[in-house]
Design a protein around this ligand. Structure first.
Ligand code: SF4
Length: 415
């Protein structure tokens, strides 16, 4: 039996405007039923699909498949006028389930799944359209088609050293949700509260506690994390040099996913990215050319304060982090084996990335609402990107989690 589906405890909005951005640069993993449906459609027999690869495989041993992309990053089935060829020729129901559900996604927990919006969609990122609850009936029907049915998530460890039952995972994730939705503080403070909370959890011998003691401990740590964070904002320090280098490597991963940056599958482009990776590690001199839409700048300039940012820019960024915390997706999606505290640190790391990308996008100008929507699109695409969920990235998050470097990055780039 499939899991029951709910909307988030906070309100998200979305309605499709048919811009087809979800068909550009987004990675959708196909199910066995999707692959069978595509085989039945026999695209290889059409003259315009002769020699065209329609599937892309991922992984060495346990292979997964997504729809192939053209050189410019668009889906191989995206037709003229921005219409899906599968939809146009066989109807909406013939499309892969994940495309029909996009940009909403299911986040399975233990006894239910949340239906939440992916914010690579500009409408969802801007919070425009009807509340997601109004789409629930239609999406419940689509979810019933899932083969095999939607299953509970794998129980994530709370810290690297401690695995406890779902009841305790919920206690911790609910505490993080409360910290992240606490409107008495700006987002930057809430993220640091969440990091402090995770650090306290890591320092405790959680595996030695019985259920009662654990239940008593969580609210104590939650309260202490708010008090402990104040000192970090008294004087904002830049990250240490090594941490800055690691951070810019993470930025470069997200930059590949930026809606304005299309990577062509060519050796010249790969070589350009290798050279960019070296320059990003050093973090000195001019930022290498990324795309014509990003103004030329230097790494030093990107360390300067952003100054005042309007509510129209902050709104989509705040909403992205609040929804990620409320859905608990950082703990259960796309990072097998990661502990809940590691997943939250990774989510928190994407905040200074967002601030860096805003600086890059605007040069000397103040960021606009569209810059924030594009930035949120890049963060959201990072969820399903292998470069941001593998061993190497886990090591980066772990290295930055030490000695308050993550909190320093957050407070430094929030200026
Ligand atoms: S990105 Fe959003 S608005 Fe654009 S076509 Fe996809 S779902 Fe519709």
């Amino acid at each position: 039996m499939s899991l029951p589906i709910r909307t988030l405890p906070i309100t998200e909005h979305w309605d499709c405007q048919g811009c087809a951005i979800c068909c550009r640069g987004t990675i959708f993993t196909l199910s066995g039923a999707d692959l069978a449906r595509l085989r039945e459609q026999a695209w290889e027999k059409r003259p315009d699909f002769q020699g065209v690869k329609i599937l892309q495989s991922h992984g060495l041993f346990k292979k997964t498949y997504s729809l192939a992309k053209r050189k410019d990053g668009t889906c191989v089935f995206l037709g003229e006028k921005g219409l899906c060829r599968i939809h146009a020729e066989f109807g909406f129901d013939a499309k892969p389930l994940v495309c029909r559900m996009a940009p909403l996604q299911l986040v399975p927990l233990d006894t239910f799944a949340y239906l939440t919006a992916r914010r690579y969609c500009p409408q969802a990122a801007a919070g425009e359209g009807r509340p997601i609850a109004e789409h629930l009936g239609r999406y419940r029907k689509m979810a019933e088609e899932k083969v095999p049915p939607l299953q509970p998530a794998t129980l994530p460890p709370i810290t690297r050293r401690c695995r406890r039952p779902w009841k305790d995972v919920h206690r911790v994730a609910d505490a993080i949700e409360r910290l992240m939705l606490d409107e008495r503080y700006p987002l930057v403070r809430r993220l640091v509260h969440g990091l402090e909370f995770c650090d306290y959890l890591d320092q405790c011998q959680l595996h030695r506690l019985d259920a009662g003691k654990f239940a008593e401990l969580v609210p104590v740590l939650e309260e202490a994390s708010v008090e402990g964070a104040a000192a970090l904002f008294a004087s904002r320090m830049p990250p240490r040099r090594a941490s800055g280098g690691i951070f810019r490597q993470v930025v470069l991963e997200y930059l590949r996913l930026h809606p304005r940056f299309v990577i062509e599958a060519s050796w010249a482009e790969r070589w350009r990215l290798v050279r960019a990776a070296v320059a990003f590690s050093r973090g000195k001199g001019p930022v290498p050319y990324i795309h014509g839409c990003f103004p030329a700048t230097t790494f030093a300039k990107l360390e300067e304060p952003l100054g005042h940012i309007g509510e129209d820019v902050l709104g989509p960024i705040n909403a992205y982090f609040e929804a990620a915390a409320a859905s608990k997706q950082y703990a259960v999606l796309n990072k097998p084996g990661w502990a809940l505290t590691e997943g939250f640190r990774d989510l928190a790391l994407s905040f200074p990335v967002a601030m860096w990308l805003l600086r890059l996008a605007r040069g000397d100008q103040q960021p606009q609402a569209q810059d924030a929507i594009d930035t949120v699109g890049a963060l959201d695409r990072g969820q399903a990107y292998a470069g941001l969920s593998g061993y190497r990235h886990r090591q980066r998050v772990s290295a930055l989690g030490k000695n308050h470097q993550l909190a320093r990055l957050i407070s430094w780039y929030a200026r």
